[in-house]
Design a protein around this ligand. Structure first.
Ligand SMILES: NC(=O)C1=CN([C@@H]2O[C@H](COP(=O)(O)OP(=O)(O)OC[C@H]3O[C@@H](n4cnc5c(N)ncnc54)[C@H](O)[C@@H]3O)[C@@H](O)[C@H]2O)C=CC1
Ligand SMILES: O=C([O-])CC(=O)C(=O)O
Length: 350
């Protein structure tokens, strides 16, 4: 089988081979915002037709049918087919790209352990379905929260699929860091580079500016010239980015949707097409044991992408300040993993 990554390298002139994409939670907010842009070329490029497979829970399958009807009504040239499923095994059969967006939200009075257990139920079943029937070149991004741990659970139930094919979304956090840095320096995002997100997609994440640049100059020096010191980075910038999701909920009256859909599309696109020479992005991927992050923990890192693979950026000297912050987020990830493990919900790979 031709690898998706190789087939889309040739866009927009080359491959017309279509790619099968499974979107879970397709009738939800982020799903709805994602599928139209995926069908318009934002996921795989304007030369690659897409076969969409929309997965929903039975109660929302009719709504997903409505989304499929609208996709048909848009008469998008790249949309080869759209099908709706309420059975994960059928939805992932032959799938090459999985956008795992659907998840169980926290409801009133729900304890954290209950949330983890409810989502472990979802992602273990999906992991098994992927193991049974997804294409050999399958790659997934988990968006549904708690995204890192959900990716770990899915991978643990798919022992025949390389673990590194299961990733979680921290590209939205990466974008938020780029945007906030640009705002602080009164430049555009085109002028900033080298931000990195470490750890969990949660408020504990570490937003790292140590290698970031603004118009090619070290970001920390540019900020210092503007009177914004390390204390400002620690006490204002990092919490601003890490708590941006909550801020959006408060101001917009609903969680991030379009920005999350955009980040999801960019995550896959960058993974398949590669990062630019010498420039990294942030993705949550299973640790290879580098940077002091225990092997297998699905943590956000700065990564390079090439030929459909991701590679954690190294070597990277981490100072005491950064180390302490990364450890804090890792401790949360380890705690989440232990909670799922104690519930007996990790699969055979774990
Ligand atoms: N990693 C990130 O950067 C971000 C993650 N999120 C998370 O993304 C997830 C989706 O957010 P929204 O679309 O706003 O939520 P939503 O509630 O509008 O949609 C979720 C959809 O998932 C479906 N679903 C639930 N269980 C499913 C299952 N087992 N199989 C298939 N579909 C299932 C629901 O029926 C619903 O239609 C949430 O968990 C949210 O916390 C949101 C923003 C950013
Ligand atoms: O908590 C949520 O559902 C939203 C979220 O992850 C974010 O905006 O980063």
């Amino acid at each position: 089988m031709v690898d998706v990554a190789h087939s889309i390298q040739q866009d927009p002139v080359g491959s017309t081979q279509s790619v099968t994409v499974t979107v879970t939670g397709a009738a939800g907010q982020i799903g709805y915002a994602t599928v139209f842009r995926a069908a318009a070329g934002a996921l795989l490029g304007s030369g690659t037709p897409v076969r969409l497979r929309l997965l929903e829970i039975p109660e929302a399958a009719r709504a997903a049918e409505g989304v499929a009807m609208e996709l048909q009504d848009a008469a998008m040239p790249l949309l080869e087919s759209v099908d709706v499923f309420d059975d994960p095994t059928a939805a992932f059969d032959g799938s090459e790209v999985g956008l795992l967006i659907g998840a169980r939200p926290r409801s009133k009075g729900m304890e954290r352990a209950d949330l983890l257990a409810a989502n472990a139920g979802i992602f273990s079943v999906q992991g098994q379905a992927i193991n049974n029937g997804a294409a050999e070149n399958f790659r997934a991004v988990v968006v549904g929260n708690p995204a890192n741990t959900n990716a770990l659970i899915a991978a643990s139930h798919a022992p025949d699929v390389p673990a590194e094919r299961f990733t979680a979304l921290t590209r939205l956090d990466h974008h938020r860091a780029q945007a906030q840095l640009a705002l602080a320096c009164e430049v555009t995002v085109n002028d900033v580079d080298g931000v990195a997100i470490w750890g969990n997609h949660s408020a504990s994440q570490f937003v790292d500016l140590s290698r970031a640049t603004v118009k090619g100059n070290p970001a920390e020096e540019v900020l210092a010239e503007r009177g914004l010191d390390r204390k400002w980075i620690d006490e204002f910038f990092i919490p601003k980015v890490a708590n941006r999701g909550a801020e959006i909920i408060e101001v917009r009256g609903g969680s991030s949707v379009a920005s999350a859909a955009h980040a999801t599309l960019r995550h896959i696109r960058t993974w398949l097409r590669g990062t630019e020479e010498g420039r990294w992005t942030s993705m949550a991927v299973p640790s290879t044991g580098v940077h002091g992050v225990p092997q297998g923990v699905v943590s956000s890192f700065p990564v390079f992408c090439q030929d459909g693979d991701h590679r954690i950026v190294e070597p990277w000297e981490i100072d005491d300040f950064a180390r302490e912050r990364i450890e804090r987020s890792l401790a949360e990830l380890v705690e989440e993993r232990q909670a799922v493990e104690q519930l007996g919900l990790l699969g055979p790979r774990a």
